[in-house]
Design a protein around this ligand. Structure first.
Ligand code: UT7
Length: 322
């Protein structure tokens, strides 16, 4: 059998830190509300001249270095992003050029905060079917660009960043399974009502903002991300005790804790970065994965369940043997 295996992880956060105290100066909010309702203390914000591809490149270079490969060994690039630098070319094409790679496929996928799971799934299938041998998979966002900084219901939640993994072909798994879901009937609960084809004038006036029914999204995120733990375990004939680490999407500590409780996974096994990163959308899972690999918590041979949930709704998971 042919499998894909993670051989390197990387992450990058922009330098600028935006604290809850900073937000108190922008909107009618306070540290106590933000921390108690979300678990977020601070988030990073890209510089004015820093774009999603810049973040993706830094995370990709970290992952490539950790993997110990040459750039030209990469024969597939998949970038998960909702905040592409340009309408086209894709961020993946821009990144490919930055890395000095010519020829192999490079494309973006868009599933908002679940995007990295979709990107991993696609790259894993390319490798399993022999269409690629070494894939760079990136989640990168400048979500701060689609936030209304006068809306306290959303602006306290999000941040910018990028995470990446290098996947390589192997005889041993690797990625044990991937699970993806969408349900477009929830399109009006979490969305940006603007695109190239619709309401484009709002892009020109800089008012293309994220809109959210927070309470509804919260409930669905908990249900979807805890149910998919069972789906993932069942697919692999594993029990919850077999999970060494859960790396969930980092939107809100209350969502993460509720998922852990409902899925009966002890808090000590759950990787949390939301306190320092906020919600970085497609970047949140690979950033959290990278942090726990680099600080030595996640060890080779361990089983890691990664999962995401986002607008659409979209949700997904992967069971990984590191
Ligand atoms: O990646 C997926 C994307 N999004 C998410 O996962 C977010 C999911 N939702 C959530 O995380 C939570 O629903 C929020 C953090 C957004 C909100 O928490 P909540 O406990 O659901 O609060 P709420 O919306 O019920 O608001 C409670 C009160 C309201 O005041 P009233 O109407 O009770 O007087 C809000 O106006 O808190 C008020 N409020 C704030 N107060 C201070 C809302 N935002 C703020 C704020 N600071 N930033």
């Amino acid at each position: 059998m042919t499998y894909s295996r993670i051989i390197g992880t990387g992450g990058y956060l922009p330098e600028k830190v935006l604290t809850n105290a900073d937000l108190e100066k922008l909107v009618d909010t306070n540290e106590a509300w933000i921390y108690s309702r979300t678990g977020i203390r601070e988030r990073r914000i890209a510089a004015d001249d820093e774009f999603t591809c810049d973040l993706a490149e830094r995370a990709a270079l970290n992952a490539i270095e950790a993997a110990g490969i040459l750039n030209n060994e990469i024969d597939l690039i998949v970038v998960a992003t909702t905040t592409a630098d340009q309408v086209f070319p894709s961020t993946a094409c821009l990144l490919q050029h930055r890395l000095g790679i010519e020829g192999p496929p490079a494309f973006d996928v868009q599933a908002v905060c679940a995007g990295f799971l979709f990107a991993i799934d696609v790259a894993d299938k390319f490798i399993q079917t022999g269409s690629a041998r070494c894939a760079l998979v990136v989640g990168a966002e400048t979500f701060s660009r689609i936030i209304d900084w006068s809306d306290r219901r959303t602006c306290v939640l999000f941040g910018d960043g990028a995470g990446a993994v290098v996947l390589k072909v192997d005889n041993e798994p690797g990625i044990l399974s991937t699970h993806l879901h969408c349900d477009g009937k929830y399109k009006d609960l979490l969305y940006v009502p603007v695109g190239v084809s619709r309401n484009f004038d709002r892009i020109k006036t800089g008012t293309a903002f994220t809109t959210m029914q927070g309470g509804e999204v919260f409930r669905w995120a908990v249900t979807a991300m805890s149910d998919i733990v069972d789906e993932t375990l069942d697919a692999n004939g594993m029990s919850r005790d077999d999970i060494d680490w859960l790396v969930p999407h980092q939107a809100n500590i209350r969502i993460i804790n509720a998922v852990g409780k409902r899925a009966r996974i002890p808090a000590e096994k759950v990787v949390v970065t939301v306190d320092r990163h906020g919600n970085t959308s497609a970047a949140s899972v690979p950033l959290a994965l990278d942090e726990a690999v680099r600080d030595g918590r996640i060890q080779s041979g361990q089983h890691v369940l990664i999962e995401g949930f986002g607008g659409g709704f979209t949700w997904g998971s992967a069971m990984i043997r590191m």
